[in-house]
Design a protein around this ligand. Structure first.
Ligand SMILES: [Zn+2]
Length: 129
C-alpha cells in the first residue's frame, strides 16, 4: 500500500507541473486542422523529384473538407510567418493537455487500486478480530 501511495504522490506532483505547463500555453480555437510539414512531388515529368529528390519541406494544414475527407491546404508564403507560430502554439497546447489527461487517468487508476487494497485489508482485520 505504501508503494501505491508513493506512486500517487509522485503522479500528483507530475500533474501539478503538467497543469502549470498547460497554463503557460496558448490555444487558438479559430484555427482549423493541424500543421504538417511535407515533402512533395511537382507535376513536371522531367523534374528531379520524380526520381525521389522531393521538394520542400512545405507547410500544410491537415484538415477535412465538407464531405469529411482529409485534405492538405498549402500555407501561402505570405501567411507563413503569422500562421505557423499560431499552429505551433496549438500543437504545444494539445500536447500539454494530453499529458494532463493521461496523468489524471493514471492517478484515478491508482486511487482505485489503493481503495481496493484498503478494502481487502479492512476485510482481513475484520476476520482476525
Ligand atoms: Zn519537381
Amino acid at each position: 500500500m505504501e508503494e501505491l501511495e508513493k506512486t500517487i504522490a509522485l503522479l500528483e506532483l507530475q500533474l501539478k507541473r503538467a497543469k502549470s505547463a498547460l497554463s503557460r500555453t496558448k490555444y487558438h480555437p479559430e484555427l482549423k486542422g493541424t500543421l504538417v510539414m511535407k515533402y512533395v512531388k511537382c507535376g513536371r515529368p522531367s523534374c528531379e523529384c520524380q526520381k525521389g529528390k522531393l521538394h520542400g519541406m512545405y507547410a500544410y494544414i491537415k484538415t477535412k473538407n465538407e464531405d469529411g475527407k482529409q485534405i492538405f491546404k498549402y500555407i501561402k508564403t505570405k501567411d507563413k510567418d503569422t500562421l505557423i507560430p499560431l499552429y505551433l502554439e496549438n500543437r504545444e497546447y494539445k500536447k500539454a493537455l494530453a499529458k494532463v489527461n493521461k496523468l489524471q487517468k493514471e492517478i484515478s487508476h491508482h486511487n482505485n487500486l489503493l481503495r481496493k487494497e484498503k478494502k481487502i485489508q479492512d476485510g482481513k482485520t475484520g476476520q482476525t478480530c
